[in-house]
Write a protein that binds this ligand. Sequence first.
Ligand SMILES: C[S@@+](CC[C@H](N)C(=O)[O-])C[C@H]1O[C@@H](n2cnc3c(N)ncnc32)[C@H](O)[C@@H]1O
Length: 329
Amino acid sequence: MDRRILSSPMDFDPDHIPVLHAEVLELLAPRAGETLIDCTAGLGGHAGAIAARLGPSGRVVLFDLDPNNLRRAEARVRAALNPADPASARVDAVRANFVQAPAWADRHGVRADMLLADLGFASTQVDDPERGLSFRKPGPLDMRLDPDAPISAAELVNTLPERELGDLIARFGEERHARRIAAKLAAERREAPITTTDRLASIVRSVVPRTPGSIDGATRTFQALRIATNDEIGALEALLGSIERVTTRPTGEQGWLVPGARVGIISFHSLEDRPVKRAFTALTQSGHAEPVTRRPVVPTEDEQRRNPRSRSAKLRVIRLVGGDAGATD
Ligand SMILES: C[S@@+](CC[C@H](N)C(=O)[O-])C[C@H]1O[C@@H](n2cnc3c(N)ncnc32)[C@H](O)[C@@H]1O
């Protein structure tokens, strides 16, 4: 591994401050020598700040679907974990869906003290028109967070039967006009395949009534297609299921999260927050976890002003308890 490359400031943006940065640090409360699994490495903002607290004896495992983000996050985390010798820092960068985190950890004998998931997409992805995630810039209708994933948004829009397309937009976009949008898309794609973000946006806007002061008419449809293209809710549910299963192992059997592990999830819309709330409440009520946050933590007004994308963020944190939970205190 080339140290000069990994520790080069050009490899990551040192000014990138992630959503709820201070709150994540305070609530996950990293301690020297602990292990973090960051399910959504992104630009390594959260993981880098946590790594700085873990020090050279700490360990960080990064997951991301996006190889470019993963590379940047790895550079940042290595430099933070062991500034004197980034190449020897204990960092694993895993290009995979976080659904695979429990199996990966089991295979590598890793037991995490902290688990973090900051859901959705990173600024590098939404700001790049080639990724097709935004209706603000023309680009190919792609939307894949994993550039090698088999199905793009264009394939969904052009091949799903009209009824399924309407169901998808209603479910993942919580869009009242889903049926009308699906009918219009079905008519338009008969003329020519819908392959660009700007064409999709203008078709959707043409059937969504405009209300002054409300969000862009294409917002909900874009959200729905992005969630479906990346199976975002399926992945989140699988991750939550894996956290719940850790707590039901027979006493004495080791899981991928230690008793006492802090688990933090940042969601950006109710489709994400609802399952997180449900799973965390179930774990708390069954006595397998303690709430670290009783209500979701949201960005301060100042953060919302500085970073408008943070406006919808909600952070929930629990602390797992279990057979030998007291041993970690
Ligand atoms: C909001 S960003 C994370 C930002 C990060 N916390 C930081 O501090 O820079 C979300 C990242 O998660 C990745 N991602 C989204 N869903 C994923 C999944 N199911 N598995 C792995 N990575 C995922 C995206 O590619 C993106 O890079």
